[in-house]
Design a protein around this ligand. Structure first.
Ligand SMILES: CC(C)(COP(=O)(O)OP(=O)(O)OC[C@H]1O[C@@H](n2cnc3c(N)ncnc32)[C@H](O)[C@@H]1OP(=O)(O)O)[C@@H](O)C(=O)NCCC(=O)NCCS
Length: 154
């Protein structure tokens, strides 16, 4: 799917919050937290939204924070009906560009060990395992910490 990725605005919040709840039901970010992040109240954090350039249909979002040389991809999600069409790849490319612009050299993330789909996606995009955090999630699942150089996108 052809998408345009740009900074999320207040008009994106309802759709981001709905997808957040559907994609991360165990620990969704609240609309208030998303609103603060979009409003620039968390200076290290940036939200990106993907939309169809033709009809403006919402196609997903990513949240990244950058502190010094480390960027962290905190969220990435695409509505189920639009998955497997390259939207997350476009969001990741925009995340890399933003992180590089802010001076980061490394892109980190945490992923549930049982999230095979996301792990396949990250593997394909050059992420390597940096470490593990046993029982990191509330339901006892281990978190894998993955890392990739910011500027590399194979
Ligand atoms: C993970 C996620 C963001 C991927 O989004 P996407 O837009 O479907 O990804 P893309 O289309 O850009 O990339 C597709 C690639 O990812 C991997 N992938 C995606 N869905 C897959 C699936 N169901 N089975 C196996 N591999 C899959 C494959 O490598 C695939 O490439 P291929 O289609 O050529 O085989 C999406 O599945 C999602 O929103 N999941 C729920 C939220 C989530 O788990 N986020 C990550 C938290 S760490």
């Amino acid at each position: 799917m052809n998408v345009r990725v740009g900074p999320a605005g207040s008009g994106d919040i309802d759709e981001i919050a709905a997808l957040e709840t559907a994609a991360f039901p165990l620990d969704p970010w609240s609309p208030n937290l998303l609103r603060e992040a979009v409003g620039g109240l968390v200076p290290t954090m940036a939200l990106l939204a993907a939309r169809s350039p033709d009809d403006g249909v919402f196609a997903g979002y990513a949240v990244v924070s950058v502190v010094d040389v480390d960027a962290e991809l905190q969220r990435i999600a695409v509505p189920p009906a639009l998955r497997r069409t390259g939207v997350a790849a476009a969001l990741l490319a925009a995340t890399r560009a933003l992180a590089a612009e802010r001076g980061a050299t490394r892109l980190l993330l945490e992923v549930r060990e049982d999230n095979v789909i996301a792990r396949t996606f990250y593997d394909r995009h050059g992420f390597a395992e940096l470490g593990r955090r046993p029982r990191y999630y509330r339901d006892g699942t281990t978190a894998l910490v993955l890392s990739t150089p910011v500027t590399m996108d194979p």
